[in-house]
Ligand binder design. Sequence first.
Ligand code: C2E
Ligand code: CA
Ligand code: CA
Length: 443
Amino acid sequence: MSDADDGARGPWESEYLALHDPVTSLPNRLLMTEFLAGALSSPQEARRVLAVFCLDLDNFRHFNEMFGPSAGDLILAETARRIRRCVRDHDLVARVDADTFIVVATGVGDAKAVDGLTRRLQSALNAPIGLSSGAVAYPLVNMGIALAPLDAEDADGLVRCAELALEQAKAEGPGTCSYFADDMNDEMSGRRTLEGDLRRAIVSDEFVLLFQPRCDARTLKLLGVEALIRWDHPQLGLLAPDAFVPIAEKSGLVIPIGEWVLRKACDTISRLPDLNVSVNVSVVQFRNDALVDTVDAVLKSTRVAPQRLELEITESVLIENAEKALEVLAGLKNLGVRLSMDDFGTGYSSLGYLRTFPFDALKIDRRFVGDLDHSKEALAIVQAILGLGRALGMQVVAEGVETESQLAILRADSCDEVQGFFLGRPMTEEALLAFIADRRLAS
Ligand code: C2E
Ligand code: CA
Ligand code: CA
């Protein structure tokens, strides 16, 4: 193509556009990688420290939604200006993704200089930005830092290290920064592999649902079961939920997995007409509008009466987005299912919500129950929760009952329901059938 064909845009201009981001005029990923590779192979740089910072605007999507895309562009441009002001002329600042920037700082000298630059970036970037509408945006920036030659010696490796460090910083919370550490590679790749395995587990039916008895505290009659998931991993064996539910939550896979749990739990009790079932619902399932419809569809297809299903929810659901939570809770209540507050006493415990949210039951966290025998404080907390439940007309369930004396204390204080190893461990459906048959024989 000749210059004339290209109209007003000279070849240098199309090259510029191919290597720069139009919103901030910063170099893009391509140019950044070229620059970094060049710096790493330059003989002058070979004996000096080079630092790569990967920065991410934590709440950018929220700004875009709240203030509109042109305000979003303004925030990006201002962030770019602030970063440029912190670094030296010969350092490179690039925008590599929607809300991600990379700084390549060459010849930084020593770790102290890197620390200094980190602090400058943090204070410049976590400061309010005034918008043309008069509104103010409060950005929070996470930062991951990798150093050459310490962490990696090639461009791709170094950027990857900075990105892993950024993931670590994000996990620590908005506005934080983190240096790359060797074990991040193992941890992240472990997490990624497990996430991949988790996707496969759904299709290849590797989950197992166990059922733990819930009994009337006074008569010890079996009233229902709590469904507890396990993952029968082909290489790692039977995994407890703590080993994979957090990963399922981060990746969103907890939504299809949660649906599987609901269906399996309801299907099981459809064959056990005298029992109720409770199912744990993750905060992530709550963020998804489809929860109410999913529960409704599962109840209908398994022909289980809604009052036989209880959903166990933790306080974090209410903290995250109380208004939305109330809407979903009301929708679930409308279906006729029971709702209980799980792990009660461990969360943020602003008790006000207990009057606003339609809970049927409180489950006292097992930590308090476990300490009942020997701790006056635990006893006082358990008694207070029992009193609160009575006053608000909610049932109280004690979980983690392991000894006869814990059971005796709970009975003396008129706890409604008990659950724990003393009454029965989580068991397969088969074992549950045997458990029920045994009790029939005994009574
Ligand atoms: P959770 O809801 O508090 O469940 C009770 C946990 O206490 C279970 O652990 C159970 O095995 C254990 N437990 C019951 N009785 C006793 C006892 O007497 N002593 C002791 N030391 N422990 C007892 P598990 O099955 O490992 O589950 C851990 C957590 O994982 C659950 O805590 C729940 O938050 C979550 N979880 C389990 N299944 C699911 C699920 O299907 N979906 C979701 N989202 N979360 C689940
Ligand atoms: Ca539970
Ligand atoms: Ca619990």
